[in-house]
Design a protein around this ligand. Structure first.
Ligand SMILES: NC(=O)c1ccc[n+]([C@@H]2O[C@H](COP(=O)([O-])OP(=O)(O)OC[C@H]3O[C@@H](n4cnc5c(N)ncnc54)[C@H](O)[C@@H]3O)[C@@H](O)[C@H]2O)c1
Length: 342
């Protein structure tokens, strides 16, 4: 087993959850933080329980030979430049979502990682959540039969009460309802349906509430997907709702259905008039301290040890999700014309 020193880029909300999660893995240790703000190394080392060097110059941190992994938790518009620089410095990369806000930027990150022989982990940590791991196991056990319909929707009001609102309202950083938050739901749908996407159709709008008027883009979208295996699906990405956080899942197959934590399977011969219940930890909060980063980062370091791409959230795997998102946003911008996914 190897040991990975990690340098974190950005020291905001996501970074604090990442540091605890990385330090809780068997191999990872945060030893450096780069921020454009001056940070106090002694104070950070005391807070996180081990020596941390602080940098205000990214190139200086990337030049450190004893740094093995870079963890990018900065604004989305900075992801491409920083990920490419990290790859060119031969560092493996943990990258917060979105990978980036345009197809060209995502391609640049993929190309740089490939050219430098470094591996990536994108923070679609919901794939590692108990809810979606159990849901996937129900599918893999054949309890739902062959899925022909699936919907995973994201309802999370991101208003002034939420830290990210500060930058999220901005088109350049937030991008779209799908890019900024609904990407988690669309990504979960792709994992559960288990087929590549052929084409998408998407429509978008925004709330009339004054709370959400600062947003420079449509904060509600609904995307219909046609999968290559013939199945169809839907993802709503709703950032401008006034309700509790809700990650909605409904899957329909030839042997049963699953609705959030409930299911019916003809294979179990239970009463179809009533749902059976699954006991699992639900994704019911946007709070990063609640997200399964530790399991995801553990899987990343284990994959680095084994010299291969990580399961579920490697750069190539997650780039497929972003190709669907970019196609959906292109469709929405054109009033819902179907767009093929390349
Ligand atoms: N995977 C998830 O579920 C999840 C959850 C939260 C955030 N994120 C992602 O993580 C990234 C960062 O989001 P965040 O919520 O940590 O945002 P944040 O606003 O806390 O931090 C964003 C950036 O701003 C900097 N920053 C924070 N406070 C600052 C200040 N007072 N002055 C100057 N700079 C400051 C941070 O260092 C960081 O570079 C984004 O890409 C976001 O989409 C993902």
């Amino acid at each position: 087993m190897k040991h990975y020193n990690v340098g974190v880029i950005g020291y905001g909300w996501a970074a604090t959850a990442h540091i605890a999660a990385i330090n809780a893995t068997r191999q990872g240790h945060v030893t450096a933080i780069y921020s454009s703000r001056p940070l106090d190394a002694a104070e950070l080392s005391a807070r996180h329980g081990s020596p941390i060097k602080v940098y205000q110059d990214l190139d200086a941190m990337l030049a450190a030979p004893d740094l093995h992994v870079v963890d990018i938790t900065s604004y989305p518009s900075q992801h491409r430049e920083q990920a490419v620089a990290a790859a060119n410095a031969k560092k493996h990369i943990i990258l917060e979502k979105p990978m980036a806000n345009s197809p060209e930027e995502v391609q640049a990150i993929l190309a740089a990682a490939e050219a430098n022989g470094v591996r990536g982990c994108v923070c679609f940590e919901c794939r590692f959540s108990n809810q979606f791991q159990v849901t996937k196991a129900v599918i893999d056990e054949g309890l739902l039969g062959r899925l022909h319909y699936g919907e995973v929707d994201y309802f999370h009001g991101i208003g002034p009460w939420y830290g990210q609102y500060r930058w999220n309202t901005n088109k350049r950083e937030g991008g779209s309802a799908l890019l900024t938050a609904g990407c988690h739901a669309l990504d979960a749908l792709l994992m559960l349906m288990g087929s590549d996407v052929e084409s998408v159709t998407s429509l978008s709008t925004k709330s009339a509430s004054d709370v959400f008027q600062p947003y420079e883009y449509d904060t509600s979208s609904v995307t219909i997907l046609r999968f290559k295996n013939g199945a169809v699906g839907k993802t709503a990405a709703i950032v401008d709702c006034l309700q509790p956080y809700y990650f909605h899942t409904h899957l329909v197959g030839s042997s049963g259905s699953l609705l959030d934590n409930k299911f019916h399977s003809t294979k179990l011969k239970a009463d179809k008039a009533h749902w059976s219940e699954l006991s699992m930890k639900m994704l019911d909060s946007g709070d990063v301290s609640d997200h399964p980063y530790q399991a995801q980062f553990q899987a990343f370091f284990d994959a680095l040890d084994a010299g291969r791409d990580m399961p579920l959230t490697s750069f190539p795997e997650v780039a497929k999700t972003f190709a669907v998102i970019f196609a959906a946003d292109t469709s929405a911008a054109q009033g819902g014309v179907p767009v093929a996914v390349k």
